[in-house]
Design a protein around this ligand. Structure first.
Ligand code: GLN
Length: 544
């Protein structure tokens, strides 16, 4: 039977609750406790995949193809696990399934209410992850902050869980923020007191308070929180903004959180072993030579939109003992400016995206990379852009495009390809989740993966159009990764270029700070001219 830790937030959003949860997962894993994680999102969207990256940051894709909240990315990276669709529950999903049950007549004419019908459905979904994962400990993060209207059914459900599961099997952690008032040079605890009061009104007394702050938190302030919020002094943990997010597990461990959790839940565990993580963080914090990468996208004003890409670049740079410096370049502002904006970068990356806005700037960047022999890594849309650019060069016309951007293009080198994918998938639907890819012997891709097969996560509608494969290959494009039936091009590279590689999938989702992804390692290696081939990674890339 699993034990549960429920994590709520107070005062403000964006104080790093997701990172805290991921870090708690890591400190427990370091004691050999098996952990699974779930995020409960109070918003009404059924599918987080439909939300704008401007509003909600990146859409994180799980191995089973769910489009989820970016917090799942933190959990996977910190804890080194792979989650599934069941780990992200939204109010929209909960209400849809309760309403569907009502339509089917499952409630036999009863009155359908938030308590118990909606709360039962929420608890069922929490327990489902616990059972499926067989984890000793489930971490459940409730999105938003206490007091949000949409969050109420979730809070009521986790309140009931303490009674259902037994008081020794459930722990509540509340993450709050202490604002700084310059006039009196003080960190204020009142908002924390109010949010704990709000939690208590619902019936939840937090066992632990994680107080986030941008400044050092004094003993007196912690005493005050302990007194007013009725939380043991040792369970008031201060969490001061750190230089790198990967330091947070160490800060929490050093503040005693691991011991508190293990003690309160009566878990029998090994001694904590965070030595490798500590060493990784020390290397991350040590001064290093920079490697300058130009990232060309259309959501660069909202960097959370490329969260996993940024982290994957950091992980790979660290393995090369470099610090990645990303130049965030808006593809719409690149038109005719490639020389000025890309002249000094050591590598160019074009990440994923949808819609035609900004495409021409990305194509120009790909041309710059090809002509100037600058290392280039294309991710999903970035592969399509590379193929379009190369097609324009080979066919000698601008009339080469993806049908996503120009339905009437004379050379639709990227197109919807239901016939290539086989009958079970219809055109117009997204290809989502993990697919195997055969790496073609002798290519850069095969060398950097050091294997014959890669399993990677997808999220796209369009594909390389096989009608143009032969002329493009004759001109120097190499299809270096293919679906097992050979009909879908999953990786492309250029024969006469030092390092121009692109993939139809999203490798960034599988990179970990302690296990960087081979494609990113190869890219940063090329950018620093220290190419590592057959890169070592402990990540299981072959089969899952
Ligand atoms: N818009 C492209 C497609 O749908 C690329 C998607 C992506 O980059 N994730 O195929």
């Amino acid at each position: 039977m699993s034990k549960y830790i429920f994590i709520t937030g107070g005062v403000l959003s964006s104080v790093g609750k997701g990172i805290s949860v991921a870090s708690i997962g890591r400190i427990l894993k370091s004691r050999s406790i098996s952990v699974s994680v779930q995020k409960l999102d109070p918003y009404l969207n059924v599918d987080p995949g439909t939300m704008s990256p401007y509003q909600h940051g990146e859409v994180f894709v799980t191995k089973d193809g769910a489009e989820t909240d970016l917090d799942l990315g933190h959990y996977e990276r910190f804890i080194g696990i792979e989650l599934t669709q069941a780990s992200n529950v939204t109010s929209g999903q909960v209400y849809s399934s309760v309403l569907a049950q009502e339509r089917r007549g499952d409630f036999l004419g009863g009155t359908i209410q938030v308590v118990p019908h909606v709360t039962n459905e929420i608890k069922r979904r929490i327990r489902e992850v616990a059972e499926m994962s067989r984890a000793e400990l489930m971490l459940v993060e409730v999105g938003g902050t206490v007091g949000d209207i949409e969050g109420q059914p979730f809070l009521e459900s986790i309140r009931q869980m303490r009674k259902d599961e037994g008081r020794d099997n459930v722990l509540y952690i509340h993450v709050t923020f202490l604002p700084y008032v310059a006039a009196t040079d003080e960190l204020k605890t009142k908002p924390t007191q109010h949010s704990v009061n709000e939690l208590r009104r619902i019936g939840i007394q937090p066992d632990v308070i994680l107080a986030r702050s941008d400044k050092q938190i004094s003993e007196e302030t912690q005493d005050k929180i302990s007194l007013f919020c009725d939380v043991d002094r040792e369970a008031v943990i201060s969490l001061v903004t750190s230089e790198t997010i990967y330091e947070v597990p160490l800060l929490l461990e050093d503040a005693g959180l691991g011991e508190i959790i293990v003690g309160r839940l009566g878990l029998r565990t090994d001694k904590s072993d965070l030595e490798e993580w500590r060493e990784m963080v020390a290397r991350l914090q040590a001064p290093k030579e920079p490697v300058v990468i130009g990232l060309i996208g259309k959501y660069v004003g909202h960097r959370d939109a490329y969260y996993s890409v940024r982290e994957a670049l950091r992980h790979a740079a660290l393995a090369h003992n470099r610090e990645v410096r990303i130049e965030w370049l808006d593809s719409e502002e690149l038109d005719g400016m490639t020389n000025d904006k890309l002249g000094h970068v050591q590598g160019i990356i074009v990440p994923g995206g949808f819609g035609c806005r900004g495409i021409e700037g990305m194509i120009e960047a790909a041309r710059f990379a090809r002509e100037r022999e600058v290392p280039y890594l294309g991710l999903c849309l970035g592969m399509q852009v590379m193929v379009i650019e190369f097609g324009r060069h080979v066919f000698g016309t601008e009339n080469v495009n993806s049908t996503e951007f120009d339905a009437g293009s004379a050379y639709p080198v990227i197109d919807l390809a239901p016939d290539q994918r086989g009958i079970e998938q219809k055109g117009g639907t997204m290809r989502l989740g993990t697919y195997p890819c055969h790496l073609v012997a002798g290519t850069t891709a095969a060398r950097i993966y050091g294997s014959e097969i890669a399993c990677e996560r997808h999220r796209h509608r369009y594909e390389f159009n096989n009608r143009f494969r032969q002329p493009l290959e004759e001109a120097g494009l190499v299809a270096s990764g293919l679906s097992p039936d050979g009909r879908l091009v999953e990786l492309t590279e250029l024969r006469n270029h030092p390092w121009m590689v692109a993939c139809q999938f999203h490798p960034e989702f599988k990179s970990r700070p302690d296990s960087p992804h081979p494609l990113f390692l190869g890219f940063i290696g090329a950018a620093t001219k220290t190419l590592v081939e057959g890169a070592q990674t402990s990540l299981p890339l072959n089969g899952e």
